[in-house]
Design a protein around this ligand. Structure first.
Ligand SMILES: [Cu+2]
Length: 423
């Protein structure tokens, strides 16, 4: 999206908010571009926020569990299940001590419930089907009401037929702001939810029976290059809240160019004395991890899951190993029936994301997207942290303007001779 359409969207969101304050608060397509709400600085890249209506001092919201079409990245859409037209569902935001009343309407073909993951609340509101309540049948609307006692970074998800419903996308984040921040004030506050999906090429829906070999890995429901970049200022204090309610996988999320501290989990704040610096944080299934940092170097910095298969996409899975294979004979034979035939992958697979391969319908290339120097051969659970001097005026889609002479490039003969490097 260019800057102009981004601005237009921001305007629309502001106009929409006033209408929604009095109308039904369902399925608000607001804040699609990741716009924070009210006094909060919270941003959900590629996501939306739940709209509240205040009734007698209670925050009233409405989640609609439903199936809808979702685009993981240009080239691949799927019918998924989620809340209010999104997977993850809208980010829910409240303040410590708020009473919330959340209606859940079930428009799925089977029963469901909602569990408020990490909350300390009355047992009858915990949402485990059979244990805490009866399931919400299709067509029914249930009411959950509780006081959010403790601040933190929480999640919500279906707790009925979890294998199907979580795999199909019935997850979301729930942030409770503290009355008093336990640490320094932050300038930027992002929410990113990890998820993994199994999408057979050409399939219409993710496969909820998958246990391994997930081939579409997402942040907030998007695979790179569809993940919105995180634009922050040099010297600003930045918070990123990671959540993971994928079906099976844990994700070691790695940030380039800086070190961070884990300041909170879904269990609460980490005391300052117990925090230590890291560059990769493991976000296990069923957990949140909150990190904070102050970037000191401007630039475009990769932020990605460090599991190499989690930055690949569909076509990168289930391939035979061809590295180092001598396939000249095979290629010669094949070329009799397919003149353009060439076995791929014998010298590695670095260039495969950009090869003009014929793609099966509804599928993503092996990996990657356009970069400022060449094709970026990582995809899936990958996004870019853009550290800028003036982040609020920076084009979120623009690339960093490198100072002259600051980019790695070919060594000259003089330099090689000077330093005694034989090549
Ligand atoms: Cu991962």
């Amino acid at each position: 999206m260019d800057r102009r359409s981004f601005m237009k969207m921001t305007g629309l969101a502001a106009a929409g908010a006033s209408i929604l304050a009095s109308a039904d608060a369902v399925a608000a397509p607001l804040a699609r571009a990741g716009i924070g709400r009210g006094n909060s600085r919270l941003v959900t890249p590629n996501g939306q926020a739940l709209q509240w209506r205040i009734v007698d001092g209670v925050k009233v919201g409405h989640l609609v569990a439903e199936a809808f079409e979702h685009e993981f990245a240009p080239g691949m859409k799927a019918e998924v299940w989620g809340y209010n037209g999104g997977t993850p569902g809208p980010t829910i935001e409240a303040n410590e001590g708020d009473r919330v009343r959340i209606y859940v309407t079930n428009k799925l073909p089977e029963a469901t419930t909602v569990h408020w993951h990490g909350f300390v609340l009355p047992a009858g509101m915990d949402g485990v089907a059979g244990l805490n309540q009866r399931p919400i049948e299709p067509g029914e609307t249930f009411k959950y009401e509780f006081v959010v006692k403790y601040p933190g970074t929480y999640m919500y998800h279906s707790h009925y037929d979890e294998m199907t419903q979580i795999a199909l996308g019935m997850v979301g984040m729930f942030i409770v702001h503290p009355r008093v921040e336990p640490g320094p004030r932050v300038d930027r506050d992002f929410v990113l939810m990890a998820h993994e999906w199994k999408m057979e090429a050409g399939a219409r829906r993710p496969d909820p029976n998958a246990m391994s070999d997930f081939n579409v890995l997402t942040f907030n429901g998007k695979a790179f290059p569809a993940t919105a970049p995180l634009v922050v200022g040099k010297g600003e204090r930045v918070r990123i809240r990671f959540g993971n309610l994928g079906p099976m996988d844990h994700h070691p999320i790695h940030l380039h160019g800086l070190a961070f501290n884990v300041t909170a989990t879904d269990g609460g704040y980490v005391p300052r004395s117990a925090q230590y610096p890291e560059t990769t944080v493991l976000v296990p299934v069923g957990s949140t991890r909150v990190i904070e940092f102050v970037p000191e170097e401007e630039g475009d910095w990769a932020m990605h899951c460090h599991m190499t298969h989690h930055v690949m996409m569909q076509m990168g899975h289930g391939l035979p190993n061809m590295v180092g294979a001598d396939t000249r004979q095979l290629d010669r034979r094949m070329s009799r029936v397919l003149p353009a035939y060439m076995t791929m992958g014998t010298k590695g697979m670095g260039g495969m994301g950009e090869m003009p391969m014929q793609m099966p319908p509804n599928s993503l290339p092996m990996r990657g997207g356009e970069g400022p120097f060449s094709y970026i051969d990582m995809g899936g659970m990958f996004t870019v942290l853009k550290v800028r001097k003036d982040p609020d005026r920076a084009d979120p889609n623009g690339w960093y303007a490198y100072p002259r002479g600051s980019v790695a490039t070919t060594a000259s003969a003089d330099e090689l001779a000077r330093d005694g490097i034989a090549t």
